[in-house]
Design a binder for this molecule. Structure first.
Ligand SMILES: [Fe+2]
Ligand SMILES: [Fe+2]
Length: 218
């Protein structure tokens, strides 16, 4: 089984994973906008979106929950505890939304012309996209810098895994290639009405150039 070893700090690995998650979240929101405009239902593509979130994003969240969040909480600051509790609740909400999307996608695949499953898929998908966009922004700009600051003196976080962090995937580039393919497929999908809480680093990839200026979600 092929694996890739990241000899980078955990926060750096997680921030890189956010870039792929955010590219996919933008695509999901644009796919929902396309469906709202009466675009053809592509159930196979819908299942691919859900697979990405169930495998790649879920692994990312598990690593935060098993390593990063407990480590931040171990420092005993009540404000940090409260912030982590909010992030954990958002992970829970994202899982509920993926389950809801899974159910409604099968109903949509069965009846592509029916109004209700299409409207539900779009509502759940857009809610998921907004949630993860804001959630990842908070982690990128608040939690990960806090963890880096706390770790600067002790290097205790990195000591959890001194050899680096290993990808869970048999082929670590599988999802990266898939996102490239979907972005190529999506060249004509609606873009201007997708209003997410953009990470400015996403603009480096040229995918979020029409996003609004950043606003602090807190
Ligand atoms: Fe998270
Ligand atoms: Fe994250």
């Amino acid at each position: 089984m092929a694996t890739e070893t990241h000899l980078a700090p955990l926060t750096q690995v997680l921030a890189e994973e956010h870039r792929l998650i955010q590219r996919t979240v933008v695509l999901l929101a644009r796919y929902c906008a396309r469906l709202r405009h009466g675009g053809e239902v592509d159930a196979a593509l819908g299942r691919q979106f859900l697979r990405f979130f169930r495998v790649f994003a879920a692994h990312h969240m598990r690593r935060e929950e098993q390593v990063l969040f407990p480590w931040v909480r171990s420092h005993g600051d009540p404000e940090n505890d409260a912030a982590v509790a909010v992030l954990l609740a958002e992970h829970g909400e994202s899982r509920e939304l993926i389950s809801a999307l899974q159910s409604v996608l099968e109903a949509l695949a069965e009846s592509p012309e029916a109004i209700e499953p299409r409207a539900c898929f779009c509502a759940f998908g857009e809610r998921y996209a907004r949630l993860l966009s804001e959630h990842d922004w908070k982690e990128d700009h608040l939690l990960y810098p806090l963890a880096d600051f706390l770790d600067a003196a002790s290097h205790d976080l990195q000591a959890h895994c001194p050899e680096g962090f290993v990808s869970c995937l048999e082929d670590p580039d599988e999802f990266s290639r898939w996102v490239d393919d979907v972005e190529a497929l999506a060249w004509a999908w609606p873009r201007e009405e997708v209003d997410l809480h953009a990470d400015p680093r996403g603009r480096d990839h040229g995918h979020l150039e029409n996003e609004p200026p950043l606003q602090d979600p807190t």
